[in-house]
Design a protein around this ligand. Structure first.
Ligand code: TIU
Length: 224
């Protein structure tokens, strides 16, 4: 059904059609949301990144019910770290979070390790796409753009962590590629709430310079 939905958002209503809209869940990996992962090793508190899991669960369920396309991303690297720039490797290790180092959930930010995978509550199901990305933005060195274009996707509903790093990078990349993007405010988190709040303002300011923002309740209400 080609119904157009209108969702109350900032700076104004976001109109979308479920057939042309994808839910993009950024990096809800144990490395960012569970004890002993990359996020915690960088000195952060993971309370906030964990707290959004139930909100994303509700949105994921509603999106699946409506048959919306769902994309999950994971930040990480090949086991030999050949796709990790030395600059990123060096900075992580100086902060006590060496990419590739052994941690309680396996090697930090390495593909195939337990800590690199998505939290159980948001586990992808058949038909959903997983994008493994080496950078912060989900378009950099991935096939996300061609997958979305081939599916006829024009609008993105964005969730995940962290709002000011991988979520913002992805929104900016998507905006430049012509996608209309909406950040689901309570389905995204940073380790520090100020970074999160500032990011929301950066996105919806100046008439929606990078896109729209709205609480997930707005989406759930509009979907009915
Ligand atoms: N450190 C931090 O805030 N974020 C990241 O390193 N990656 C993501 O945001 N996924």
């Amino acid at each position: 059904m080609n119904k157009v939905y209108s969702l109350e958002a900032k700076p104004y209503n976001f109109e979308f059609n479920t057939e042309k809209t994808a839910l993009v869940i950024i990096d809800m990996q144990r490395d960012f949301c569970a004890p002993g992962g990359f996020g915690e090793k960088l000195g952060n508190d993971i309370t906030l990144t964990r707290s959004i899991i139930p909100n994303i669960e509700k949105v994921l369920e509603a999106s699946r019910e409506k048959g919306m396309f769902v994309v999950h991303t994971r930040e990480g690297h090949r086991p030999d770290l050949s796709d990790c720039p030395p600059s990123k490797l060096n900075r992580g290790s100086k902060q006590g979070a060496g990419i590739g180092d052994e941690g309680p959930m396996g090697r930090i930010l390495v593909r195939g390790e337990y800590g690199h995978d998505i939290v159980d509550e948001l586990k992808p199901v058949e038909g959903e796409v997983i994008i493994d990305k080496p950078g912060k933005g989900a378009f950099y060195q991935t096939d996300l753009d061609v997958i979305l274009k081939n599916k006829g996707i024009t609008n993105l509903l964005v969730a995940g962590v962290t709002t000011h790093v991988c979520v913002q990078s992805t929104l900016r990349e998507a905006n430049d590629r012509g996608f209309d993007c909406l950040l689901l405010e309570d389905c995204a988190a940073a380790f520090d709430s100020k970074d999160h709040e500032d990011s929301i303002r950066m996105i919806n300011q100046q008439g929606g310079i990078f896109g729209w923002t709205a609480p997930s309740e707005s989406l759930l209400t509009s979907l009915g």
